[in-house]
Design a protein around this ligand. Structure first.
Ligand SMILES: NC(=O)c1ccc[n+]([C@@H]2O[C@H](COP(=O)([O-])OP(=O)(O)OC[C@H]3O[C@@H](n4cnc5c(N)ncnc54)[C@H](OP(=O)(O)O)[C@@H]3O)[C@@H](O)[C@H]2O)c1
Length: 295
């Protein structure tokens, strides 16, 4: 499994396991969560993607309960903060909102460390752009959590280029990645400037919902799925592996974040790295995704 350096100190596995749905699984026991992580590690997938809000602010705790010190040292943990929804520890919030204040960012880091029973977060992302962000306050808070050693690197999620530039201008630590939605069903970032902005600055991107959150397998995408299935059969993998390989083939260095809760599918995530995706195959799939040939 390839590894991608985000800075001189931090590398992530090219394929990442996402834990948004961890709390939705029938089995959330420490043994089962460990089995999922071990299935990832067997394939060289060492990076686990979390957020404070996942599972109604419970998913970090589910992970923490499964981690032994030995297992903690074999993985990188990505987590996120700034979404405040009326659930769990924010049950009293009157309205769902974003909070990028220093108090919230620093407090979230403390919560995440405690719930995951760890002394460090490998990568902290601001989850959503906050229209009320004071970039100097948020930037200073991110510098502070890195300086304290509690966070090894910082980045963002769902930011447009102007949001990124604003935040970066208020801090000295370099932002290392932007986690955005990208898949055959959400390909706008390839043409709207989002990918180009980060590619130009040599910043790897993380792609959330690389299978469209499962929508790729819905009846309305039957034509695309049929083509994926044909390519998959030729290469001895499943449809999902081909869809993920479509992202891996892009020169921007995209790290897909996979969200399956199914242990058999988890054990096959790494197949995406075995797929050969030449230019014509890439455009063939893009054509099916667009519903028409490129102009
Ligand atoms: N930064 C953000 O704002 C943001 C937002 C959303 C997600 N994320 C991250 O991205 C990760 C991945 O998101 P995601 O879960 O939406 O990713 P995904 O991998 O696109 O979708 C996973 C879903 O697809 C289903 N699926 C997978 N393979 C399938 C198949 N062959 N046939 C039918 N269904 C299939 C899975 O069901 P099974 O479980 O049954 O396999 C699961 O429900 C999350 O865990 C989270 O870490 C980040």
């Amino acid at each position: 499994m390839d590894r991608i350096a985000l800075n001189d100190d931090l590398e992530l596995s090219r394929l990442v396991y996402g834990m948004w749905r961890l709390g939705d699984a029938e089995d959330t026991s420490p043994e089962h969560v460990r089995a999922k992580i071990e299935a990832c590690l067997d394939q060289g997938i060492t990076t686990m993607d979390q957020a404070d809000i996942y599972g109604g602010y419970m998913a970090e705790e589910i992970l923490g309960n499964a981690l032994t010190p030995e297992l903690r040292d074999r993985i990188e943990i990505v987590t996120k903060c700034d979404i405040v929804a009326p659930a769990g520890r924010y049950e009293s919030a009157k309205v769902k909102h974003y909070d990028t204040s220093r108090a919230h960012v620093v407090g979230s880091v403390e919560h995440s460390l405690r719930l995951m029973q760890t002394d460090r977060i490998d990568l902290l992302l601001i989850h959503r752009p906050d229209p009320l962000m004071d970039h100097e306050e948020t930037g200073a808070a991110l510098d502070e959590v890195v300086k304290s050693g509690k966070v090894r690197a910082v980045g963002v999620s769902n930011f447009r280029p102007w949001d990124w530039e604003l935040l970066q201008s208020g801090m000295s630590t370099p932002l290392v990645t932007n986690q955005i939605e990208m898949s055959l069903l959400n390909h706008a970032p390839f043409t709207n400037g989002d990918v180009a902005f980060h590619q130009r600055q040599k910043q790897p991107l993380m792609a959330w919902s690389p299978l469209g959150g499962g929508a790729l397998f819905a009846p309305e995408n039957a034509a695309l799925r049929t083509r994926l299935g044909e390519i998959a059969e030729e290469q001895g993998v499943d449809d999902a592996a081909v869809a993920v390989a479509w992202l891996l083939a892009h020169p921007a260095r995209i790290l897909p974040v996979m969200g399956t809760n199914n242990l058999d599918r988890i054990a096959r995530i790494g197949d995406a790295a075995k797929v050969t995706m030449d230019r014509e195959t890439w455009f063939d799939l893009y054509t099916h995704a667009l519903g028409h040939e490129v102009p």
